[in-house]
Every structure is written in C-alpha cells, then in structure tokens.
Design a protein around this ligand. Structure first.
Ligand code: ADP
Ligand code: ZN
Ligand code: ZN
Length: 837
C-alpha cells in the first residue's frame, strides 16, 4: 500500500535509499526506498520490514547498513514497509564485524546476520485467512466449507491454527484451499514480532489517596464494607503509602492482594471500578534479580602473580595466553581481571565452550557479579536471548558470560574479552555458515574496540602456543593447583597384557576394577570416560559378517539399548533392532565395540550396589537435564559418572578422586592431523577432574594396548612443551597450521559421478593457479556419503606470510561460482570452510 502512495511522488530529489542486509544467502546488499515519513528517523543499524520476491506478502526483517540518495541502476527499488526500531539495534561495530566475517569466512553477509541476531529479533510472517465480503455463491459450498466460513464471518481474521481449534475435525488447509478457489476467502500475511516481553499486571492506589486525609476518609467510608476495607488495609500493609508515596507508584503484583479467597477478588474488582485502585502492566525481566553475595575474591600468591603479569603484558600485547594447569584457579584470575575492567568503566565478555557454561561456573560468577552479569546460552529461549541483547545495548549488562555466539552481542566499549579453554574445537561453528571461530572473531573485535584478550587453557592449541612463542601474544604460566591439591597420579594400564592373562572383565581391566572398588569403599566418586555414546557402535552377524549400516550415509548404525533402536549419528535415521540377521537369518547377531551405555550397564552388573549416572548427548537433550546430572553428582549420592567428552569440560567436584579412561588408542590414532593434539587435550582435561581438593592425590587410570606410546608418556609427565615441540616439527614437515592456513572445500551431490566430476574440475582449476603443493584432493572424506549426498573434499593450504589471502579467497570464490552456474553440473553444492578444524 505504501508502494502505491509514494510511487507517483514527483519529489524525486527527496527520495532516500537504504542499503539493506537481508537474511538470505545472496552475496550483496539490497537497495530499498525509504518512505518519506521515515526519512528523518531511519538510522543505520535499525531493523526494517521489506517485501521480497514475487510472492504476495512475502516479507523479511532486514538491517539498514547504509543510507544515501542514489537510485539503483539495475532495478526499480521497492519501498520499506515498516521501521521496527527507533534506535539502532545493531551497532556500527557489529556491521563492520558482519562484513569482516563474510569476507574472511567466505560467506554472505546475510548469512552472518541471520546467525548473529537471535531469532526473537527477526519478525516472522504468518498466513491469515479472512472472509471475502464480496462472496455471494453460497450454493457452491460443502458442509465443512460452510462451517469454516461461518467462523470466519465472526472473526476479523484467523490463522490456520486458530481455525483448527475452532472447527474441530475439519481438515483446515484443504478446505481453505477450496474456499480460495471459490473466492470465498482471502489469504494475507500478517507480520508480527516474535519477541514478546513478559508482562505482569500490577495494582496501585489511585493518586488521590496518597493524600493522608483522603485516605483516612476512604477507610472511614469503607467501614460498612469490611471486605473492601480489608483489601485496602492489606495493600497498605505491603505498601506504606504515607511514608513512601513512590512505592505506591511502583505498585504491587495483583496476585498478592487476591490470592486466597474469591470474596476479596470481587471486592478488589469493585475497588478498581470505583477508582480506588488502578491497574497497570509492567514488563518484567525474565532473569530473576540476583544480588552479589561475595564482595571480593582473594587470590593466592601464585594467582596474584599471574594476574599482575597479565596486566603488565597487556601494556605491550593485545592478546595474552594464560597457560594454567587444571585446578590452578584460572577462573579466579579471570574474575579479578573482569572486575578491574568493569571498575574502569568498560564492558567485559567471558566466552566459554557451550557445555562448560551450564555448570558451576555460572553460580560462582553470579555470587560475584549478581545481576550486572548477562548470560548468553544457546539453550536459552529466544525471548531470553533478546533480553540479553537489549540489556547490552541499554547498558544494563556491562558483563556477559556466553557461548561462541555471544561475540555477536552489541558491545561498543569492550575492555576485556576472556576466551576460556581456548583450544576447544566447539568454538568453531561447523554448520551452517558463517563457519566462524569465536576465538579468532573475539580477537578481531578486541582489535576494533581496543580491548585486551586473555586466552586461557591448560592445554593450549598448537596454533596459539606458537603465536605466543613467536612473541605475537604474551604468555603467562600458572603451574600450581589451588590450595594443597596436586595433579593426579596417572597410571597406564596395559590391556593387551591383561587380555593375555585373562584378567579383563569385559571392557574393564582388573586394575581399574580394583581402584573403583576401593573408591566405593572410601565413599569417593569416580568418573569414567569413553568418547562414544550409545551401547555399541555397530551390530555384526557372526555367520555372514553382515553389519548394521545407515541407508543414507556411509556409516554404521549405533545400537542404543535403552531406546531399543539402531540410530545413525549423522542423519538421525532410526531402525528397529533386528532379532535375526537380515541377510542370512542367523540368531548370532552380536554387539561390537562399546559406548557409554554399555559401560554403565556393565558397571551395574559388576557393582550391583553402585549408584551410577551417565552423561552424554542422549541423556542431556532436555533443557535442564545437564544441570540435574551435575547437581545429583555434586550432592554425592552417586558413586560413578560415565560420560563422553562432555565430562571433560570445566567440572569441579570435591569428591572425585578417580578417573578411568577407555579406548585411549582410538583417540590417539584417529586419522586426522590434529589427533595427537586432541588426544593430549582430552586426556589431560578429563584427568584434571580428579583430586581437585587437597585431602588426597587423585588417581587416573588410562587403558591402552600400547603404554609405550610417546604421547601417553607426555600425558603422564604433564609435558605440554614436549608435545608442542614434537607436533610443531610434524606440522612444519607436512605443511599444516600454524605454518599454513587451511581452506576446505566440500563438494556435494546426489550422484557420485557428478560430484566427482565437479570436484575434479574445481581442483584442477585451483591447482592451475595455486600450484599442486597448495591444493590437495579431491578426496573422499572418512564418511563419504551423508543424507544420500556424496562428498568430496579439496584441501587448500596457503603458507602463512606475505600471501594476499583476500585475493586467494576471491579467486577460489570465483572458481566455485563458475561451477555452481554451470548448467551441466546442476544441483552441485560447494561449502567453503576457512580455518577448518
Ligand atoms: P581451573 O579453571 O584452572 O581448572 P578453577 O578456577 O576451577 O580451576 O579452580 C579450581 C577450584 O579451586 C575451584 O573450586 C575454585 O573455587 C578453587 N579456587 C581457586 N582459586 C581460589 C581462590 N583464590 N580462593 C578460593 N577458592 C579458589
Ligand atoms: Zn548373517
Ligand atoms: Zn545416516
């Protein structure tokens, strides 16, 4: 409608145009016209609603990235429909960030915005149905059509859902379809904001009665109406209007006055009708107000020294690595530094890996920072995340602790960013685009806002440690556990030997069983780590070698005993468990290998009195499941916790004195260039859960078929530097990061031949220009088919140094586009993963 009004305007010189970011994977901005009444108020960074595409009523939420008065030359600009924000919701820094991410990670700016904005900030449109007043062919209607139409006549407009609720067992979509055909109804799109503030209805005394005489007269008047008088008195007992009229303005929750009996409810209604009380609504924050209870933390001497060194190094360096062993109290050092940043008037951001955030750390931080701290987590609802976003904008939250997506929050005055467990691979987003690394993005943001970055880890990534060694980052070490605690004793258990001597009980070595038993007797807790969920990774027939495989992917189906299902961990496909071998009918179908479920089962057989818990993806899907497990374990009634890598992160329990690690060999020999580094990190981190209190040294048992492996020796000795030196040599020899930058291209198609053809052509074209040492592949990845699509990988390695990466990426993108637009290679998709992990 706006479009028609302004289209014919002849004041062309007055027209303004806006460059908009639309949340779609198209590599450009879109130009729209700004309606005249918005010209003075529209601002860069505000959200707008715009029509898009040919379909009537299709709209998007877009963000204003620029304003100017040059009409587009290629197309007729359409009008912006609505402005959603009077004040920018996206800051200038953020727009710069979106641009940088889209350039660096080779994706579209719309994709960046789509991930950056919590979905509660994106409006959605919903189809609504309306009765057509011009319709006059009632004789054409069936019974159900007539019934539907009756409902529509009684309402201004209804959504499909609302209609469904009104008409019971009519198939709403199909009936509407035929009604549309008969021109009896009109369908349109209604736009609505997804974010809804939480409202509470409150009540207050009419201002007239803030005056003492008036109030006395009122009470007097109510003598004859004791119920009403009682309600007024009850109000006064909560709100001493005389002493504090301001309190009256804030009012009282309506529920508090009429909670108990119906009589007081109707009295209250009467009082409201008679204007003694008035009602009003207020927006209530979704996060309960939390008062800080702990004024200050006392650092140990070692921690204080580390903190001072960090501050000193910040004078020269933008980024400092804190290499501190598990249990050294890195969190305490962070808290100290965050307080300093906040005292200095700047904002602070504390990034944690997804899973570590749900735990005890938040409780610890809340004690110190109370409600000044925002929490940004992906398990939070849309509404909750919108409130944190707006809280940062308004200044309510000077400090946020969050997962990787918290780098997108609208900070504009950061003083300090902490990236805890900086080696964690979960900081890298895999899917969908942007495939960004939150640590690296944080360093960019800090650069723009002149903030400092503190990276923390007990097992730094090779890349980060390398940069610290090069002097590009500062380095501070904290090699002492807090209090009297020491690092646990690590023992390697030779499973080959035990198997030979037949002392293994299923997956458990006798050494581990003994240690577990002793721990139970001492009423101490144990953690068992197996990085594989489910009961067993596959089923196999002993007679014909049949194995359970996914029909859509090139992987085996995992057996889940509790759910009595076979499941694909790649595409989610589920099947019933076959009783007989599907190929030969044999009854000898066996479970092969073992996951967390099977370990928990066996524990219960071996230790019938033990109380066990399991923590893996399967047991933690519900919103609070994770915290519940942690709480139960913390309260101490649990003897053993079995889990996947989830249990390696950040957990801090007093009574854990034993950690058992299964299948270390599989971690170490995973066919991937980072396998050694990852295995070292994972084993060290999970070992670090043992003996975190001073009473007794903790113990870690690692089951391996080859205790001589040098990486295990390094784990025992806590020899991170040895690992680093050895790894670095290999990385240099085979040109891997930190000596090169990696870009992985994955080509996908439903037909293997087409996929191969596209991948080979792409690789050849890239090799032509970049040379064969820089382009590897195409190669089939470990899992060469997922969801029925075949995959080929091309790895591009560009040496660090004076290479113009921007030009390289532009060239790669150009070659990709060339293939994507080739009609002979229709439906090929190509994904670029920059700095792939
Ligand atoms: P890290 O993150 O380095 O593994 P944490 O920060 O979790 O270690 O600290 C380990 C434990 O020691 C925690 O329970 C923590 O509360 C305690 N702790 C560390 N430093 C202090 C301190 N200065 N005062 C009190 N408790 C501390
Ligand atoms: Zn068989
Ligand atoms: Zn599958």
């Amino acid at each position: 409608m706006l479009e028609l009004t302004y289209y014919h305007s002849n004041e062309e010189e007055l027209t303004f145009f806006a460059e908009l970011i639309l949340p779609i994977p198209v590599p450009k901005l879109f130009t729209y016209r700004v309606p005249r009444e918005l010209v003075d108020i529209i601002k860069i960074g505000a959200r707008v609603i715009v029509p898009f595409g040919k379909k009537q009523g299709k709209v998007f939420t877009a963000v204003v990235a620029g304003l100017h008065n040059t009409p587009p030359s290629q197309y007729q600009a359409r009008y912006i429909l609505e402005l959603l924000d009077e004040y920018p919701l996206v800051t200038g820094y953020q727009l710069e960030l979106f641009r940088w991410i889209s350039d660096y990670y080779m994706c579209c700016i719309g994709e960046v915005m789509n991930i950056a904005l919590p979905s509660g900030l994106k409006i959605s449109s919903q189809s609504k149905v309306q009765y057509n007043p011009d319709f006059d062919h009632k004789e054409l209607l069936t019974n159900s059509e007539e019934e539907l139409l009756e409902e529509l006549k009684n309402h201004p407009a209804l959504s499909y859902d609302e209609l469904g609720r009104l008409v019971g067992d009519i198939n709403v979509p199909s009936v509407i379809k035929s009604l549309v055909g008969k021109k009896a109804v009109i369908i349109f799109e209604e736009v609505r904001e997804k974010y809804t503030p939480k409202m509470v209805r409150k009540i207050r005394l009419h201002t007239d009665y803030e005056d003492q005489t008036q109030l006395m007269m009122l009470i007097h008047r109510l003598e004859k109406l004791p119920k009403q008088q009682e309600v007024v008195m009850r109000y006064l007992s909560h709100i001493p209007v005389q002493r504090n009229p301001e309190l009256n303005q804030k009012g009282l929750d309506k529920g508090i006055l009429n909670q108990d009996d119906e009589l007081s409810q109707s009295s209250l209604q009467t009082l409201i009708k008679n204007k003694v009380f008035e009602t009003f609504d207020v927006i209530q924050p979704r996060f309960s107000e939390m008062q800080a209870t702990q004024a200050e933390i006392k650092l140990t001497d070692a921690q204080q020294l580390a903190a001072t060194q960090i501050m000193t190094q910040f004078e020269q360096q933008h980024v400092v690595l804190l290499h501190g062993i598990t249990g050294s109290g890195k969190t305490e050092v962070y808290i100290h530094l965050i307080q300093q940043a906040l005292d200095g008037g700047s904002q602070a951001l504390y990034l944690l890996p997804e899973i570590a955030l749900t735990t005890q750390i938040v409780v610890r931080l809340q004690k110190v920072f109370g409600d000044k701290m925002g929490i940004y987590h992906s398990k939070f609802s849309d509404n909750e995340r919108v409130e944190v976003w707006k809280g940062v904008l308004s200044g309510k939250y000077q400090f946020v602790v969050g997962v990787r997506s918290a780098v997108f929050l609208p900070f504009d005055n950061l003083g300090l960013i902490i990236v805890d467990e900086e080696h964690e691979t979960s900081y890298k987003q895999h899917d969908p685009a942007p495939r960004y690394h939150a640590r690296d993005v944080a360093i960019m943001i800090a650069h723009w806002q002149q903030a400092k970055v503190l990276l923390g880890s007990a097992t730094p990534s090779i890349e980060t440690y390398y940069l610290a060694q090069q002097g590009r980052y500062g380095l501070v070490e904290l090699f002492q556990r807090y209090g009297a605690a020491t690092l646990p004793e690590i023992i390697l258990v030779d499973t080959k030997q035990e198997k030979k001597q037949k002392t293994m009980k299923n997956e458990f070595s006798s050494a581990l069983l003994q240690a577990l038993e002793m721990n139970m007797e001492r009423k101490e807790q144990s953690i068992l780590f197996q990085n594989r969920r489910g009961y067993s990774p596959y089923l196999q027939c002993e007679d014909c070698d049949w194995t359970s495989e996914c029909p859509n992917c090139a992987v085996s189906l995992t057996y889940h005993q509790r759910a009595a299902e076979l499941r694909c961990h790649y595409c989610g496909h589920k099947e019933e468990v076959p009783r007989l071998c599907p190929t030969c009918g044999s009854t000898k179908v066996r479970t092969m290998g073992y996951g967390t479920e099977k370990l928990e089962d066996q524990l219960q057989i071996i230790f019938p009195n033990a109380r066990t818990l399991r923590m893996d993806l399967d047991t933690t899907r519900a919103k609070n499941a994770y915290q519940q497990i942690i709480q139960e374990f913390e309260q101490g009634d649990i003897d053993m916790l079995v889990g996947t890598q989830m249990i390696t992160k950040g957990l801090d329990f007093d009574k854990v004195s034993l950690v058992g690690i299964f299948d270390a060999d599989r971690l170490i020999h995973f066919p991937e260039f980072r396998a050694t580094e990852r295995a070292f990190q994972m084993i060290t981190q999970v070992s670090g859960r043992a003996g975190r209190r001073g009473d007794r040294q903790g113990k870690v048992l690692i089951q391996t078929s080859n205790p001589q492996q040098s990486i295990l020796q390094k784990v025992i000795n806590g020899d991170y530097k040895g690992l680093y030196t050895e790894e670095l040599l290999e990385r240099e020899q085979y040109s891997y990061p930190p000596f090169t930058r990696l870009i992985k291209l994955t080509v996908r198609h439903f037909e293997q031949a087409i996929c191969r053809q596209a991948a080979e052509r792409l690789a050849a074209e890239l090799t032509d220009r970049l040379g064969s040492t820089r382009v590897l592949g195409p190669e089939e990845p470990l899992v060469e088919r997922i969801r029925n699509q075949f995959l080929f990988d091309i790895m591009i390695k560009i040496e660090r140094g004076p290479v113009n990466m921007k030009a390289v990426k532009a060239f790669i993108q150009d070659r990709i586009n060339d293939i994507l637009t080739d009609k002979g290679l229709r439906q090929v998709s190509i994904v670029a993963d920059v700095d792939c992990m």
